[in-house]
Design a protein around this ligand. Structure first.
Ligand code: AMP
Length: 539
């Protein structure tokens, strides 16, 4: 078991709630830019006032401490006005992905019963249906927010939440099944922000950018850290990697959060090597495995500090951190580039045997368990699910497979559920994927297990070829007929034990990722199973 307690703490050992962060920065840096939008910059002083207007508006609608307030929309100014406005009256903000279908949104709203729902304009026609959900009293189109806010005074109602009160409700991205509401307390959020604050060199004039959703803990965490440090957050919607690259350079972004697929796409874009990246000081990545080859190339081409976070929404984001120094390893420590770092302050992490529950020593592979102050209060109104996930000693069983090395660095293998058992041997798809990604003909890959009469299960690979168009029709290429497939199998056989090598290779134009950049393995598995059974999959 590894525990690291960094010596210092933030704010003289005091944590701040969301509402206190907003009040504190506005009091100290009222003129500093808080939000930068294409046509408008909002200072911390102005944001403090408009969030107080939102708080008074919500109170006028009858919102009480502990009530939920839902925001469905992208990363725009109203996100902050609603989230911090709700916080200032003690309500529980719950930001949702506006790309969810109306059915998905309805199910979540039914589950959380928010009193007020702020919806994106494209959902206006469903406003009535949302109002009919039990518990919902008001549905407001947030594109009308300025007019709505103007009716209310800008005096802060001054609610002070306790650190152990629920501060936010996030719904998980659900790569494995139904989304669940995750209750995070003010302490959870403060603790998870405290760790990275030690590394981040925010300074006056810093511009933080999260081209990832703010309704996910990683994006929200960056925004909160920027708020705490008095740095500005860039709020720009971009379509495509070329536009993202232009914004990063033209807006002089200094700190960004990205998922590995976006970093890889940036590197694959022609001209990325020729750009002067010196303004970008820091990239935080995480949420999904980062291939070592991409990381090495990013360090060489972009050259900024890299910082990896490994965590779950249930752990309020990263509880293992791989810092900038670990990204500049000497020859001996180079394998650490494959790790997700060491436990963050106040996080205890252990690896257990999935069958016996025994704690495993360094070098042995099992399930990653986490305990600490950043661990969620529980799943919203699901004590049954909470007690399945968190044991009686307070350990969250993450479902991720991993092992520690002797220096306390954690290496993830795979989700326990994704593990393939072939002929009695365990095959970890991430290892096979990593081997295939080293082949220049492979842009993206997913390895899943399918049923095999002979082996029980057998690994198969779904590959997106380098340079492939994203809408190409998937086609299976048999191992004997297709040179590339045969070459890929031979390539893995030269690197991995025979039982780990894919027994079939399918080619696809793209892989299914969710809004947070996570590969939807269950969709890949369904697609491959349908293919293998001679059915025509829908997508
Ligand atoms: P979510 O709660 O949607 O953020 O998903 C959490 C899951 O994302 C974890 O259980 C991991 O499987 C995966 N994940 C998060 N961070 C990393 C990382 N740095 N490397 C690999 N996988 C990660």
């Amino acid at each position: 078991m590894a525990t690291v307690h960094w010596p210092e703490y933030w704010n003289g050992g005091r944590y701040r709630t969301l509402e206190q962060v907003m009040r504190h920065t506005a009091a100290h840096l009222p003129q500093a830019p808080a939000l930068i939008e294409p046509s408008r910059t909002t200072s911390f002083g102005d944001l403090d006032r408009s969030t107080s207007q939102a708080a008074n508006g919500l109170a006028a609608l009858g919102v009480q401490p502990g009530d939920r307030v839902c925001y469905v929309g992208p990363n725009v100014r109203s996100f902050f006005e609603v989230i911090f406005g709700a916080s200032k009256v003690g309500a529980i903000p719950m930001p949702l992905n506006s790309r969810l279908s109306v059915e998905e949104l309805t199910a979540i709203i039914r589950d959380a019963e928010p009193v007020v729902v702020f919806i994106a304009p494209h959902l206006a026609e469903h406003g009535e249906a949302f109002s009919a959900i039990p518990g919902v009293r008001h549905v407001i189109d947030w594109s009308m927010l300025d007019e709505w806010l103007a009716q209310y005074p800008a005096t802060d109602p001054g609610y002070e939440r306790l650190l152990d009160d629920t501060a936010m409700l996030f719904y998980t991205s659900g790569t494995t099944g139904q989304p669940k509401g995750i209750e995070l307390t003010a302490r959870n959020i403060a603790v998870s922000v405290a760790g990275p604050m030690h590394f981040i060199d925010f300074a006056p004039g810093s511009v933080a950018y999260a081209p990832v959703p703010l309704f996910h803990v990683a994006g929200f965490g960056l925004a909160l850290m920027a708020h705490l440090a008095g740095a500005a957050i860039l709020l720009i919607q971009v379509e495509g990697t070329a536009a993202l690259r232009s914004e990063l350079i033209e807006r002089s972004v200094t700190h960004a959060v990205m998922v590995p697929t976006v970093i890889r796409d940036l590197l694959n874009l022609p001209g990325t090597r020729e750009i002067d990246w010196s303004t970008l000081r820091w990239i935080l990545y995480g949420g999904a495995p980062m291939p070592e080859s991409v990381l090495r190339e990013a360090a060489e081409v972009i050259g900024c500090d890299f910082y990896q976070g490994y965590g779950l929404t249930e752990t309020t984001g990263g509880f293992c951190l791989l810092g900038p120094d670990d990204h500049r390893p000497n020859a001996e420590a180079v394998r650490r580039l494959r790790s997700v770092g060491r436990p963050a302050p106040n996080a205890e992490v252990k690896i257990i045997d999935v069958h016996t529950g025994a704690v495993l020593p360094a070098g042995q592979h099992g399930e990653v368990c986490m305990r600490g102050e950043a661990l969620m209060k529980g799943y919203w109104q699901r004590p049954d699910l909470t007690s399945q996930a968190i044991d009686t000693e307070g350990w969250l069983h993450t479902g991720d497979g991993g092992e520690f090395d002797d220096d306390g660095y954690l290496y993830l293998h795979d989700r326990i559920k994704d593990m393939i058992v072939s002929g009695g041997e365990n095959v970890y798809p991430a290892e096979v994927e990593s081997a295939l990604l080293a082949h220049p003909g492979v842009a993206q890959v997913a390895v899943v297990g399918i049923t095999s009469e002979r082996w029980g299960e057998t690994p198969v690979a779904v590959v997106v070829r380098a340079g492939e168009g994203s809408n190409a029709e998937p086609t299976q290429v048999s191992l004997t007929d297709a040179d590339l497939a045969a070459e890929l199998v031979a390539f893995t056989r030269a690197r991995l034990a025979r039982y780990k090598c894919p027994s079939a290779v399918y080619f696809a134009g793209s892989l299914p990722f969710n809004a947070n950049g996570k590969l939807l393995k269950h969709c890949v598995r369904e697609w491959v199973s349908a293919k293998a059974n001679g059915l025509t999959p829908e997508s």
